[in-house]
Design a protein around this ligand. Structure first.
Ligand code: HEM
Length: 470
């Protein structure tokens, strides 16, 4: 079935003895995601426990609340703008690396994920020159394999129980991958810890211009198509700029001062952020590039916008430039609408829930699934939902849309803490690519084979060609 066919606002499924309810109506979705009660992730997320421990994505109750309060301010725009220099270094590096592919059809996802992992390590983790060779790429590949195993535990009843799982070859593979992934993240953690303990200067470089840029009221200018005026904990401007440090530095300082988080819990958060922060962004940027490849007129408008901002110069992209990239931002959001990297969000209901639509009550303990990929293709929210149309995000079109009708980063108290980081980084990296290349090649969009695993991918590969721009 396609994404726009066979719509109902609610579906009910039995998975063995388990009741799953899928909801697609933004009013009902708001009841779950906007609630301060239904904050517990569904049982399916527990397959991540050996990997993330009690990391933010899967933790619950007071632990989640306390850690969220510590982590959200480390993703405030006034911290993120200090990463601009490093985003530019990685953007330029990517353009140079991709040069060898000119004329070939190649899978851009390989490049985007390697670049994303390296950028995360250098910015959010604040660690440089930690690895050599293909370490970043290998980490990204291992994460993908691990997600494949976790996804098969979701869909195959016999792999769900830990006892039975141990009887299958996937268990050995799982443990091998886990050990290697943890070796990578431990190295990042201990390198940063050493720097914090010995008070080495931060590796997060700040250009003079960014340093001088005035404090940003993050909620107003930078709401990414969401209804303006709605702020969340990432936008909190009450914490003075001086108190804010980047994620890992901040958490290590807290653990050293016995301030609400242990060393193991910080390592759990590193594992969580390294996963959640790279695979999603790599998929989002790859879908964007594939869309540009098959929509030359839309790409031409992005080029026009980028050329108007940068002209012939080869200067760095500044924070202010990213605010001018309005059309490109709308294209990124349209890619996230049609191809949301997290295609399904699930919660376990803490209390019974009376839905707004119809006369339904969903019992407590039941799993509620929210398929963003279906929600984003509702014809009553988006006029031609299968058409890539950046105008869906013109202010006048976004203003009248239900806030919960566009939720690539989820929404409410458990929304994505990294969404501003992701958008800023995507704009800088994609601006570097668009300044140097025209994207071509690949199959028309309606022939893409979407693979809705944990992170949405193209089963047929993210194939594009690059044409140098003179
Ligand atoms: C295009 C990029 C991204 C997309 C589409 C995305 C999407 C999402 C979604 C849908 C959720 C909710 C998941 C759920 O409830 O099951 C989420 C949560 C989260 N994301 Fe992202 N994300 C992106 C980038 C990032 C980045 C760059 C980071 C960090 C550097 C990050 C860190 C997190 C964390 C820690 C959570 C858990 C928040 C909580 O439960 O309190 N994400 N993200």
């Amino acid at each position: 079935m396609g994404f726009t066919e066979g719509y109902t606002d609610i579906i009910k499924l039995w998975f063995g003895p388990k009741l799953l309810v899928g909801i697609y109506n933004p009013n009902d979705i708001e009841l779950v995601l906007g609630s301060n009660v239904h904050l517990t992730k569904s049982q399916e997320y527990t397959f991540f426990e050996p990997w993330f421990g009690n990391g933010l994505l899967i933790s619950k109750g007071e632990t989640w609340q306390a850690h969220r309060k510590m982590i959200a301010p480390t993703f405030h725009l006034n911290v993120l703008k200090r990463f601009m220099k490093q985003f530019n270094v990685r953007g330029r590096g990517l353009v140079t690396k991709m040069k060898k592919e000119i004329g070939n059809e190649f899978d851009c996802h390989d490049y985007m994920s390697e670049c994303t992992v390296e950028t995360l390590v250098e910015t959010v983790m604040g660690v440089k020159e930690c690895f050599q060779g293909n370490a970043y790429y290998n980490y990204a590949e291992e994460v993908m394999e691990m997600c494949g195993i976790i996804h098969s535990r979701h869909s195959k009843l016999w792999l769900r129980s830990d006892l039975l799982f141990k009887l299958f070859p996937e268990w050995k593979k799982h443990n091998k991958l886990l050990a290697s992934i943890h070796r990578f993240t431990n190295k990042v953690f201990y390198k940063k810890k050493e720097a914090v303990v010995t008070k080495k200067p931060s590796t997060v470089t700040t250009s003079v211009e960014e340093e001088n840029a005035k404090e940003i009221d993050a909620g107003e200018k930078y709401s990414f198509g969401h209804s303006s005026g709605i702020k969340d904990d990432i936008d909190d401007n009450e914490i003075g700029a001086k108190k804010r440090s980047p994620f890992l530095e901040s958490l290590i300082e807290r653990s050293l001062n016995d301030d609400g988080i242990t060393e193991q819990e910080v390592i759990n958060q590193v594992n969580t952020i390294m996963f959640e922060g790279h695979d999603t962004t790599a998929a989002g940027s790859s879908f964007f590039l594939c869309a540009m490849a098959v929509l030359p007129e839309i790409q031409a408008r992005c080029h026009e916008e980028i050329d108007a901002i940068f002209g012939d110069s080869d200067r760095d992209v500044t924070f202010e430039d990213t605010l001018q990239m309005k059309y490109t931002e709308r294209c990124i959001m349209e890619a996230l609408r049609m191809f949301p990297p997290v295609p399904l969000i699930a919660r376990q209901l803490e209390q019974e829930l009376k839905l707004i639509l119809g006369n339904y009550t969903v019992p407590a303990g039941c799993t509620v699934g929210i398929a963003t990929i279906k929600l984003h293709r509702r014809p009553d929210i988006y006029k031609n939902p299968d058409e890539f149309n950046p105008d869906n995000f013109l202010p006048e079109n976004s203003a009248s849309r239900h806030y919960y009708g566009f939720i690539p980063f989820s929404a409410g108290p458990r929304s994505c803490v990294g969404r501003k980081y992701a958008m800023l980084k995507l704009k800088v990296i994609l601006a570097h690519i668009l300044r140097k290349y025209r994207i071509a090649g690949g199959k028309p969009m309606d022939q893409w084979e979407l693979q809705a695993d944990i992170i949405l991918k193209r089963g047929d590969g993210f194939k594009i060609r690059l044409v140098p721009r003179s």
